[in-house]
Design a protein around this ligand. Structure first.
Ligand code: 5AD
Ligand code: SF4
Length: 472
């Protein structure tokens, strides 16, 4: 979500005549787009602001801004801790940035733009968190052929550990026709893959006013036939909202990728209850089973928090057991970080010592890494469809005259690395997988002749109906 916000902010400033600089020291306006999910992310911003203090003193005409979730959460505290900051702008007010820069220059005074606190009336709070989706600028994305598209903002789940509902506001879905138009525009600019975004993307619902209520499954069907779009992914899912109509859409719409990120957070019922996740470990297991039954070949990934208040060795073991059995492609694992302003912080003591959190984090990661390796090894010997994103990290260091190492992803979000010409970026190609690590598949690109043969093959499934001939 923050990557998309940054893309949109930079795009809107470019339309005002700004350019991106490589060096912070060269910039006239310096913005930090911030995250509040864990304390560590905030600490990094405050130290970066500290390092900027001398620079701002020497160049008082420069404008320094703190944007996003930490701005919304800490508000005036930012100006107290870092008085050289000129702009504090929350997630719901980013559209006002050009005006705020002007006001700082005109008045020489700090400017603050924040959304209302969630204790105010729902309607007013919703209006103060406007979806920020101005015109897109393809040059602002890491590559032209993949783009995020926001479909809903905010969150109403109020998991007790999570700051997101306060800093990103109430859940609000965008009009399906506005989303469809944005996807069409992206396709016209050469975009092949859209990643639909929402904190709980599968809670998407839009009341059309004529008795129809659009769900995520309906939206997927609505945008599916956009010419030029080859792949549609969506993140992140809430387990309770993984309904059959959505799984049917993933199964039946060939452009919708068979990849689901569905965070579980813990597999211990007492902890899930304290987290207010609204489901049990049994429900989650049943949901996983349903996903695999209804969508053959689906890849599933998850998130875990270790060391939440009251987590015992026995509760942690339940999460470890789930990782051993669930077959997740990968999991993102976090140590619990208490967030002032959340129910968890108010109600429960942060009673798991830091060393224990660290050990559980490492242990769970080690188990997941083993499982990810098994998941990746399964694909060795297979031929997979890859959308090439560009040179890999190694490829960036190689000379661009001959073949270099490229990277891309399969429809199931597996990362694949192989040699090829840099010009192939943005192409969809077939790769024969030869080796695997826990995080990456390694293979050889299939040549033109082999791809031709593949078109005739019986194995050509709904999921691989659009294969671009690689330009070798
Ligand atoms: N501490 C640690 N991890 C958290 N997450 C959300 N809030 C916290 C917190 N207070 C994790 C969850 C979520 C991911 C984006 O961040 O696992 O899915
Ligand atoms: Fe946070 Fe829970 Fe909402 Fe996800 S569903 S953003 S964890 S409150």
């Amino acid at each position: 979500m923050n990557v998309l916000d940054s893309e949109l902010v930079v795009g809107s400033l470019r339309r005002q005549g700004y350019e991106l600089t490589h060096e912070v020291a060269d910039a006239d306006v310096i913005f930090f787009n911030t995250c509040s999910v864990r304390q560590h992310a905030e600490d990094k911003i405050y130290s970066a602001l500290g390092r900027l203090r001398g620079h701002k003193k020497r160049h008082p005409e420069k404008v320094v801004g703190v944007l996003g979730c930490m701005a919304q959460k800490d508000q005036g505290l930012i100006l107290k801790r870092a008085p050289h900051v000129d702009i504090v702008c929350g997630t719901g007010q980013l559209a006002r940035l050009p005006e705020l820069i002007g006001a700082v220059r005109d008045t020489g005074k700090p400017q603050t733009a924040l959304s209302l606190d969630r204790t105010e009336g729902r309607h007013e709070v919703e209006r103060s968190f406007e979806s920020y989706d101005p015109l897109r600028d393809p040059s602002m994305r890491p590559n032209r052929f993949q783009a995020y598209v926001r479909i809903n903002i905010g969150c109403d789940k109020f998991c007790t550990y999570c700051i997101v509902p306060s800093v990103r506001g109430p859940e609000q879905s965008r009009h399906p026709e506005v989303i469809a138009a944005e996807v069409r525009q992206l396709a016209a600019e050469g975009c092949k893959e859209v990643i639909l975004l929402g904190q709980t993307v599968n809670s998407y619902k839009y009341d059309m006013g004529d008795g129809r209520r659009m769900r995520l499954s309906d939206l997927l069907a609505r945008i599916h036939d956009t010419a030029g779009i080859e792949r549609i992914k969506f993140v992140t899912n809430f387990p309770k909202d993984m309904t059959d109509d959505l799984l049917e859409a993933v199964r039946d719409l060939p452009k919708v990728c068979r990849y689901l990120h569905v965070p579980v957070q813990s597999a211990c019922d007492e902890i899930l209850k304290r987290m207010k996740r609204q489901y049990t470990a049994g429900f989650y297991r049943e949901m996983l089973h349903r996903c695999r039954e209804m969508v053959p070949g689906v890849a599933i990934s998850s998130d875990f928090i270790v060391g939440f208040c009251g987590e015992t060795e026995a509760s942690f073991e339940k999460s470890a057991a789930l990782v051993r059995e669930a077959g997740f492609k990968n999991s993102f694992i976090f140590k619990y970080s208490p967030r002032p302003g959340t129910k968890g912080h108010e109600l429960y003591a942060d009673d798991v010592p830091e060393e224990v959190k660290k050990r559980r984090n490492n242990d769970l990661l080690a188990i997941q890494t083993k499982m990810s390796l098994a998941d990746h090894i399964r694909l060795v010997g297979e031929r997979v469809e890859v959308l090439i994103e560009g040179p890999s990290k190694n490829g960036l260091k190689q000379s661009a005259t001959g073949p270099i190492q490229l990277t891309g992803r399969t429809r199931t979000d597996h990362i694949v690395v192989f040699d090829g010409n840099e010009r192939l970026a943005g192409q969809t190609v077939m790769v024969d997988v030869q080796e695997a690590s826990a995080f990456t598949l390694y293979g050889n690109i299939v040549t033109g002749d082999q791809v031709g043969a593949l078109f005739c093959g019986p194995e050509l499934s709904a999921g691989s109906q659009r294969i671009g001939l690689p330009l070798l």
